[in-house]
Design a protein around this ligand. Sequence first.
Ligand SMILES: Cc1ncc(COP(=O)(O)O)c(C=O)c1O
Length: 363
Amino acid sequence: MDLLRTRIDLGAIAHNTRLLKELVGAVRLMAVVKADGYNHGAVDVARTMLANGADALGVATLAEAHALREAGIRAPLLAWIWSPEQDFRAAIAADIELGIPTTAHAKALIDAAAPARVALKLDTGLHRSGLDETEWEPVFRALKTAEHLEVTGLFSHLASADDPADPETDRQAERFRSALNLARDIGLETPCNHLCNSPATLTRPDLHFQQVRVGLACYGLEPVPGLAHGLKPAMSWEASVAAIKPIAAGEGSSYGLTWRAAQDGQLALVPCGYADGLPRAAQGHLEVGINGQRYPQVGRVCMDQFVVDLGENPQEVSPGDTVTIFGEGGMSATELADGLGTINYEVVCRPTGRTVRTILEEN
Ligand SMILES: Cc1ncc(COP(=O)(O)O)c(C=O)c1O
């Protein structure tokens, strides 16, 4: 067995997708599988999502979209980060729908004269990517006359939906509605429009429009602190204990000897370090799970390993035992994120380096 691994539970992915599809009813569910499926393995999770109610897939880059097509996935697929300098014609040929975030992207597609499906990405307040409000009318008009382009709809991304009390979501929704009215007035058809990410999908059914774009919740993590929708986390990060070492009271462990043993005891060495994605700043915030017990990580996280204080080791933890860094049997990704001062999105993207992915098929 590999010493460091993520365990990806496709049964949990299936459960979450079914739950989300039930929640949105007739609205289309686009499952977001960018960043290699939030580091869960895009091809495996995409297949599972599509078999359990997802109607379409969303990714960031063209390379991510091509990888899904090359794996034989034929479902509707939208990519929203690309450059007119790239070979976007190959993407069109692979039936990849392109998001249009600037007038330069719109012009490139109009000039290319190749039939393509496109979705217009609008900036309604995030001020990251998307057409500015002043560009909406000229771009809508240009696309209306570009007969080789099929506009699937308008979409936009929310800035603050993870805080349901923040009025910014309503302000963005208002601007989105004004864009829809403008398209209608110009005569540009936009049959499938979408605004909601995971937090808005779960908390704002009034903003579902024709489609929602859901990432995090498909992977079983709650996007809004404090809410519980019955999602099942799909990822656990695990290692095998590499060695057990004695330590005497007063001795220190790991670089700088920043931690010293209060009493005679034992340490477990875990083959996972910052080169594998565990932040060095995790010191003092991580408790691992071993055989149903929680133990503190102590001392500096190194490049390749960290140390766990087993106390007197009453449970007789031994080399080869499974150490859960986060996931079932240990801290949740959300709990670890809180400790690290980050978000669960980042925690599931962390396991990299020498981590080997293990896929658990659905039962
Ligand atoms: C444009 C866009 N839509 C949808 C999503 C999915 O967001 P979430 O994971 O909150 O569902 C993302 C992810 O950040 C995104 O960038």
